[in-house]
Design a protein around this ligand. Sequence first.
Ligand SMILES: *Cc1c(COP(=O)(O)O)cnc(C)c1O
Length: 395
Amino acid sequence: MTDRKNSPPETLVRRTPFPESVSRAVVTPLQPSVVYASPSPDALDAQYEGRAKGYTYAREGHPNAELLAQKIDMLEGAEGGIITGSGMAAVTAVLMGLLKSGDHILGGDQLYGRSLRLLTQDLPRLGITASLADPTDITAMAAAITPATKLILVEVVSNPTLRVADMVAIADLARKHGVLLAVDNTFTTPRGFRAYDYGADVVIHSVTKLLAGHSDVTLGYVSAKDPAHRQMITDFAVTTGLTPSPFDCWLAERGLYTFPLRYDRAEANAAALADHLASLPGVDRVIYPGRADHPDHARAHALLGDRPGNMVSFVIIGGRPETNRLIEAVPQLAFAPTLGDVGTTVSHPASSSHRALTEEARAAIGITEGFFRVSVGVEEIEILKSDFSAALAAI
Ligand SMILES: *Cc1c(COP(=O)(O)O)cnc(C)c1O
C-alpha cells in the first residue's frame, strides 16, 4: 500500500491532455467544450483582433458548427455561412439582423407557417411592417413593394401546394428597387436550386429537413453575399444565442454526407410515386412540379431543370372519414408534419400545418380536407407504390 498521507496530492479535476496517436481519427471529432483556454492575454488579443484564429466561447463559434457551415457553403456556392439552432433561428437572424424599425418586408404568401407568423405578428410589434404576396404572380409582388421595402423573403416551392415562385422576375424586381432578396431554399435544396446564381443576397435553410435528413436534429443555416450583411446576421445570432449545439452540428454533418445520394433517390421515387398516385382510383389530383399537368411545370423546368424535388402532394375524393382511413391503413408511413426524413412521411395540412387558417382561407390556396403532402424517402419504390395503393384502396 502506498502511504497516501505522504504522496503528492492528486486531483481528478484537472483535465489531462487527450492521448496522443500518430494515426488520426477518420471521423470528425465532436467538440462539446463551451470554453477555450488561450495561452496568454496577448494571444487572446490576437484572436479577438482577427490576427490569429481561435475559438473562445461556444455561443460565438465552435469547430463542429464551422465545419458544417463550410460544407453547406460548398453546396450553395457561398462563403462565411453560419449554422443556427433551427431553421427559424436562421430566418430570425436574417430579419432581425438586417432590418430596423420603419422598414418593410415583402414575403411570399405561402411561406413556412412560423415565418408567416414572424412577419405578420412579431415583427410589426417592433415597428417592422410586412406584406404578403403570391410569388408566382410578379404583378402582385411588384404592387406590394413600398418605398420602405428593404427585403423580399421567398421560398422557391411553396408548402404544401408546391407552386413555383417566379424567381427570375422576383430577382429582377429586387434589383430594380435596391431591395435585398432572401431565399429560403429548404424545399429545393442546393441540388435543385442554386439561389445565388439567381440573384439571391441571402440563403436560408432549415438543416433539420433534407440536409441533415434523419429527423434527429433541429438546425438552420444562413449565408449572405455581402460580408457586411454576414457580420450583421452573425452578430445578431451570437448576441441573442441563436447559435447551435456542437452535438447537433456533428450529427447533421454525418447526415449531410449522404444528402446527395438521399436526395437523388428520393426525387426519383417522388417522380415515380406521383405518376403512380395519378393512376389510382380515389385520387382527384396529383401535384408534382415535374409532371406536365402541374400549373407551373414550364417554370419548374426552367428553374429546377430535371430536379423537381422529393415533395408530392395529392388530393383525394372525400372528407375526414376517408382521410382517417387512408392514414390508418398505412401505419408504416409516418403520419408526421415534417419533411426531408430518410423515410417517407405523410402530412395532412388541414389538421396540422394549416389548421389555424379558416376553411375558406385554406380553400383559397387549394388545401381541402382531402389534401395530403408526401415527403418521399429513399425506400424501394415498389414498396412505396404498394403502400399507397393499399392506402387508397382503404378509403
Ligand atoms: C421547417 C422549415 C423551416 C423552419 O425550420 P426549423 O428547423 O423547424 O426551425 C423554415 N422554412 C421551411 C421552408 C421549412 O420547411
